[in-house]
Write a protein that binds this ligand. Sequence first.
Ligand code: PGA
Ligand code: ZN
Length: 423
Amino acid sequence: SIDAVGAREILDSRGNPTVEVEVALDDGTITRAAVPSGASTGAFEAVELRDGGDRYNGKGVTQAVDGVLDVIGPELVGFEASEQRLLDQRLIDLDGTPDKSRLGANAVLGVSLAVAKAAAESAGLPLFRYVGGPSAHLLPVPMMNILNGGAHADSNVDVQEFMIAPIGAATFAEALAVGTETYHALKSVLKKRGLSTGLGDEGGFAPSLPSNRDALDLIVEAVQAAGYTVGTDIAFALDVAATEFHSDAGYAFEGKTLSSAELTEYYAGLVDAYPIVSIEDPLSEEDWDGWVALTQALGDRVQIVGDDLFVTNPARLADGIARGAANALLVKVNQIGTLTETLDAVTLAHRSGYRSMMSHRSGETEDTTIADLAVALDCGQIKTGAPARSERVAKYNQLLRIEEELDDAARYAGAAAFPRLAA
Ligand code: PGA
Ligand code: ZN
């Protein structure tokens, strides 16, 4: 059972404060978990508690840390660490708000994940096995964000993330090599053209480009330069993060103001021209009717992923499923704030025929929990940035370890992660 719960303020990959929690069990087990943070956050996400004031530009988390030390910790002493669902319910009740704004989702999530890790270690199991059970064996396709725009870069590119999916590989390790070689080839392509090779928040390059199609053309060139075939070895995926450029007037895209129908037309043209298998947040988090129409128009050719739309919230996801909005769920543990609610969202998605993509945040730490969760929850896809910057690479490295541990039982999701493409 739980002996003590500690917490401290540490820094994330952008140099902003975040919460780290440590849990000690009475059998001597000690584990820790650190909490990520987004930049293009959805309005319906659970709330991060930030101190305000001048220190760290208002982004300190000492109140969230104090909440763990003074409110949550004392409540949990003596609690069985393996009772995750009961424990997460206790956290939700202790907070008492629908969006976890009293104690902060950053405080609550840190405790929830640290306890799960402690229970796994105490049981002598790797986290993916403890959470996923004896049959967890599917290694996800790494959706590598190699060109960053939008809120993650100081460029004029509207689309936030241009990802490559190494679908043709036989193993995760091979997929990582194929994707990383392409990333390095992209650097050479950019250099040759005199374009910037500076990196965005998620480790991808962040050049200024005349249009979003130019980004895709550069990636096509990089794939070929690396010796791979576009479409069979490597497919493409986008996170448009369209909420960021949406207002009452419409979508401010490439210097024009577009309606959702016009933006959907634009995507249809992209899907015709490039091997795009997945588009995330193509429209804004408020535009339900647009999402339904877009899913009808494109959903049998391409995966449509709800991030800001669903915010890993089982209730919002249920609403979207009932309406027919999107056909896949982006999974971010800190959008909802507990492991249990994350599991519930993914279970609901899979039972409803929606696919799922595990995801990092643009502000990350060295914590690798999401790598284990991607395998445990059978996601088949993970996005955790470019193969650069250690907070991104740490997750890919953890997946290498998991694949090695699973040995002959491991299976790489590959093209089958996108059934309509495989068909
Ligand atoms: P964020 O971006 O972590 O800044 O929200 C990631 C995403 O939009 O998927
Ligand atoms: Zn997103």
